[in-house]
Design a protein around this ligand. Sequence first.
Ligand code: DON
Length: 343
Amino acid sequence: MNRWTRFGVAVVALAVVFGVGASTQQPADIQKAVDAAYAKYKGLQEGKNADYIPALAKVDANLFGIAVVTADGKAYTAGDLKTEVSIQSISKVFTAAQVIQEQGLESIEKQIGVDATGARFNSIIAVEAVKTVVGAGSPEMNPLVNPGAISATSMVKGATSDEVWKKIIGFHNDFAGRQLTVLQDVYKSESDTNQRNQAIGALMLAYGYIKSNWQQAVDLYTRQCSIGVNTKDLATMAATLAFGGKNPVTGKQVMDAAKVPGVLAIMATAGLYDDSGKWLYHTGLPAKSGVGGGIIAVSPGKFGIAVIAPPLDDAGNSVKAQKAIADISNALGGNPYAGGRTF
Ligand code: DON
């Protein structure tokens, strides 16, 4: 063995020891993992479409699409990539990210909080519990449950509702790398039936989380939840978070890299609501679900992944999406806590 051969062997050995091999997955391996998950879960009949927003009950329950977007902007896909569903709670990530981008990491931490509530996404008891234990307006909420999300929307600066909306949709567009539009049937359906969120909005004003005009905040929040996205849009949005805020498809730096870890942290603590701990235990991935059936997950520096499949479990998270993402990520060494190992 000459000097260079010995050097090569040493480099390969180190790569194996430190699991570097897993971070350089070949395109064929990624596609194989995506195809395997699609085949495995396509026929799964578990869970139920959300129906408290009537328009969501009408969405095809068999819709199933998977996309993984890597650093080079390439998408590895299976199933339905075209059909748009409403983004729902996944939008909470990007509006919180927008506030963080505009006003700094401490803005959300001070006005809303970054701790998990451990309760359902639209729990009013969670708001009351915080008030009872630590006082009104205490920053012990988080922007990924409805009370915190409506408050985060109220923090986006703008002189008029229109101005705020343009900023919100513009930020979502930058993450997706294309112009998104609102699904009007979903927006109307949710606006007609969102009395609970209106109550939450009023409560958040009463307790000092929202400074003024809670009605505008609830309306804009409802509109942002009705943005239409397909599987590839969501995976590109996740990938932009995976690569330090730079959209790997368009090349645009959408938010400061230094602010992205804060966004990923709130996804890790509260992205799947009261099941966030279980999810993290099995995947290690910051993620966010929406009652439209989408889930995004981020493997920092490796890939963004998204699955759309409308039937949800009791916590409000897509059943198929959780299973498919966990399988694919584990096959690709996506769990940050596993140091790139596959299993
Ligand atoms: O406010 C709501 O209830 C819906 N617009 C969003 C809830 C949601 O997506 C919860 N996610 N799993």
